[in-house]
Design a protein. Structure first.
Ligand code: PAF
Length: 278
């Protein structure tokens, strides 16, 4: 695996590669990332990953400083997974001047995650667009755990006519259902034992919708209550349609239930997709 530090070095290293499959990450890699790399490799072209903890997508009171940075272990995992090139710039190399030009997003950026993380999705879209310009992939892979991020990026690529296929990788879970996440490292042992409740609450919400219950507000309230009476502080539980994360209309079949909740300091997010009978 060749490690490139600067945008120029990366462009130069990739200039003769025509079929690039790209996995952007912020490092602290787990089995979810490795499964995205495996999907990228299965395309048969050149596999490129990036590691960059992007300050633009963190709010002033968020965990940018404490975000786990494990570069040596990450390189080993990427190398073992068969990545050909890694783009790993420093902040100065990636943002040599203040990034004042940013991607402007529609109203969804202020809903769900965006309501609790103002500016987050604009920061994500800006870094990903810039990464796309440097790496110039044909296909890029993002985990479904960050469902709203995946939706925002998919729609950005379509509306801006970028010639890039966006693929959503299934969430990888521990045996008890907890979705793998870099932020799980912040859970206490008691928190780790409690954490799968989020997955179970989402599972019950999904069952209710699939049974034909259309009172989404009540379903969302029940799930939030289950969490909050067990020590969580829930930001939202929401049943939305998959395509644009708006409130489902009666005919919408492809839905997703999403949640974010705090268990002590760590804030966990998760979601489950579902397809209603027509
Ligand atoms: O999902 C992530 O790890 C990040 O949001 C991404 C897509 C690499 C952009 O910084």
């Amino acid at each position: 695996m060749r490690i490139c530090k600067t945008p120029d070095e990366t462009r130069d290293a990739l200039k003769n590669e025509s079929a690039i499959a790209f996995v952007p990450t912020m490092g602290n890699l787990h089995a979810g990332h490795v499964s995205l790399v495996a999907q990228a490799r299965s395309r048969g072209g050149t596999t490129v990953a990036s590691i960059f903890v992007n300050p633009l997508q963190f709010g002033p009171n968020e965990d940018f400083d404490s975000y786990p940075r494990t570069f040596g272990a990450d390189c080993e995992k990427l190398e073992n997974a068969g990545v050909d090139f890694l783009f790993a710039p420093t902040e100065r190399e990636f943002y040599p001047e203040p990034q004042t030009y940013r991607v402007e997003l529609p109203g969804i950026q202020n809903q769900l995650e965006g309501r609790f993380r103002p500016g987050h999705f604009s920061g994500v879209a800006t870094v990903v667009l810039k990464l796309f310009h440097i790496v110039r992939p044909q296909v890029a892979f993002f985990g479904k755990k960050d469902y709203q991020q995946l939706m925002v990026l998919r729609n950005m690529v379509r509306q801006l006519a970028l010639p890039i296929e966006i693929v959503g990788g299934e969430t990888v879970r521990d045996g008890d259902g907890l979705a793998l996440s870099s932020r799980n490292a912040f859970l206490t042992p008691a928190g780790r034992a409690e954490a799968p409740r989020l997955y179970r609450a989402l599972g019950r919400a999904r069952e209710a919708v699939l049974r034909g219950d259309a009172d989404f507000s009540a379903i969302e309230r029940d799930a939030a209550l289950d969490l909050d009476t067990n020590g969580w502080k829930t930001d939202y539980v929401a049943v939305r349609r998959q395509s644009d994360l708006q409130t489902p209309l009666p005919g919408d079949r492809d839905l997703v239930v999403l949640a974010a909740s705090r268990l002590g300091t760590p804030r966990l997010i998760d979601n489950l997709e579902m397809t209603r009978e027509g």
